[in-house]
Structures are given as C-alpha cells and as structure tokens.
Design a protein around this ligand. Structure first.
Ligand SMILES: [Mg+2]
Length: 162
C-alpha cells in the first residue's frame, strides 16, 4: 500500500470538519498521544517487565506506529487546508520532502547514509559492532560454537526480518 492510498482510507475515518486550528491541535495531541503509547510500551518491556521482544509485542508496537500514522494523515490533511486546499499536501509529499532533506544532509555530511538501508542491523556480541544479520552469522561462526552471538534485546522476530 502506498502512503497516499493509506491516507485516503484513513481520512474516511477521521473528522475533517474542524477548523484548521482545531484540526491541527487535535492531530498534534493525538500524534503525541500515540507516540507516547509506543514509548510507554517500550518502557514497560525494557524497563519494567524486562520482557523479550516477542512477535506478539512487535505486533503491538507495529499497531501503535499505525496509530501515529493515522494522526499523521490527519495532521497532513489539515495542514493542506492551510496551504491551499484539501489534498494539496499528502503523506507522499511529506515522505518525499523528508527524503530530500535527508539526502541533502547526507550530501553535506551532516548524516551518513547506510550502504544497505534495506537490511536490519543488529548488535553482534562477538565483534561488538552493528552488522547485517548475514555478517553477524559469519561472526557467530567464528565464535566456534560458543552459542548465540546476538544479544536477546537486539533479536528480530523472523516475521519482521524480510
Ligand atoms: Mg494506540
């Protein structure tokens, strides 16, 4: 699903009859509330319950990210009203503008682009650096059977590794 397709569906379930001021206020508070729910879950997992990042927990976290995406859609809608008309600014536009900003910063060496942005990276406890899972498997092989070289908290459920 593309971002604009998502946004069109999301906006069917959101109130679009507020003033720009009220809509942006509602979206900003909702966005922070949902981001807070994501952070609260992370806090409970890592600081209180000290649970593993099980697939079920990852699904809960995914759903909270989805909730933030919904409010991001709403915020973008009301911002588009202020900028001219409904839909003149979309989630695709927001994503594109962010990519342009990141590319500019990377070109200015403010940030560094990862050479393999599609690969999840994990902390390898053998060499102590972040690597792709393939590299970490190689490190694990060098460990000569001393067990798993990945820290439990850096493990990705298989369903999320693709
Ligand atoms: Mg939520």
């Amino acid at each position: 699903m593309q971002l604009n397709e998502y946004q069109q569906k999301a906006l069917k379930t959101g109130d679009k009859n507020r003033t720009v001021r009220e809509g942006l206020l509602w979206a900003a508070l909702g966005l922070n509330g949902e981001a807070g729910e994501f952070a609260d879950l992370i806090k409970k997992i890592f600081c209180e319950d000290k649970r593993d990042l099980t697939p079920e927990v990852c699904i809960q976290l995914r759903d909270e990210l989805g909730d933030t995406l919904w409010y991001l859609s709403i915020a973008t809608f009301y911002l588009s009203l202020q900028m001219g008309e409904a839909g003149c600014l979309t989630l695709d536009d927001v994503a594109h503008a962010n990519n342009v900003k990141l590319a500019k910063r990377a070109a200015e060496k403010v940030i560094r682009e990862h050479p393999h942005p599609q690969e999840p990276r994990i902390l390898c406890t053998v060499c102590g650096e972040y690597h792709s899972m393939v590299h970490s498997e190689a490190c694990k092989g060098e460990q000569q059977g001393e067990g798993d070289s990945w820290r439990q908290e850096d493990r990705f459920p298989e369903a999320l590794v693709k």
